[in-house]
Design a protein around this ligand. Sequence first.
Ligand SMILES: [Zn+2]
Length: 235
Amino acid sequence: MNKSVSQTTLFVNDIPVTVKRKRIKNLYLRVRGSSGEVEVSAPSRCSLDELERWLFDRQDWLIKQRERAALQPVLPEYKFVSGEQHKCWGENCTLNVVVKKRGTSVERFHNQLTLTSLPHYNDIQRKQVLNRWYRQQISQEVETLLEVWQPRMGAYSSGFGIKAMKTRWGSCNIRSKKIWLNLELVKKPPQCLEYVVVHELVHLFERYHNARFYALMDRFLPDWRERKKLTNQLI
Ligand SMILES: [Zn+2]
C-alpha cells in the first residue's frame, strides 16, 4: 500500500507529526529540541496505517518530549527596553521602561508593563527587577489557590516555593509536604498554574502517576487534560 506522497502530516494525540518518505529500512522518530516539532522518517513501503500504529505505541514518549520542549521555549532575546513584548498570565504585555534615580518597581496596567529602572541598570539587572515582580505575582496567586484547594481536597501542604525548573512544572516532596512551582507558569494562562497546584496536591494522596492518581485528578479537576495541553503548548 505505497503512498506516492513524499511528505504528509499525521496526528498522534493532537501532536502533528511530519512524515518524510525516504529510501531507508527502518523508521526514525525525532523531536526537534528547540521547537518541539516531531518528524518521522519512514521507508516508502510502510503504510500510513502501520505508521499510525507505530507512532501510537510511542505516544507517551512523544508527549514527554513535547513537554520538555515547552519547558525550554526559544525565548526572544530580551534587552529589557521599551516596546518589547513580555508574557504575563498568557497575555502579551508591552514593556515600558522608565529610568529614575531611586527605587525600582514593575506595575501592570492592562497590557502595559511599566518597569522603573535605575540609570546604571543593564539588561541583566532589569531582568532581575522583572523576575522579582513575576515571583510576587505567582506567589500571590499560589496562596489564593491553596486557600481554595487545600480545604476543598482535604490535602494540606506545609508550604510552597517558586523556582526556575528546567524539566518540570512543579514537584511535591511527599515527606516534607512542600510543593515547588516553576516560575515560568506566570507566563501561562492562570488555569495552567491551577492545574499544576492541584496536580501537586494530589501527590499528597498518591505518590505515583497511576490509575488512582488520575482518578483523583478527574474528581477534583475534570478538565485537567485540556489544562495540561495548554500548559505544554509552545509559546
Ligand atoms: Zn506529578
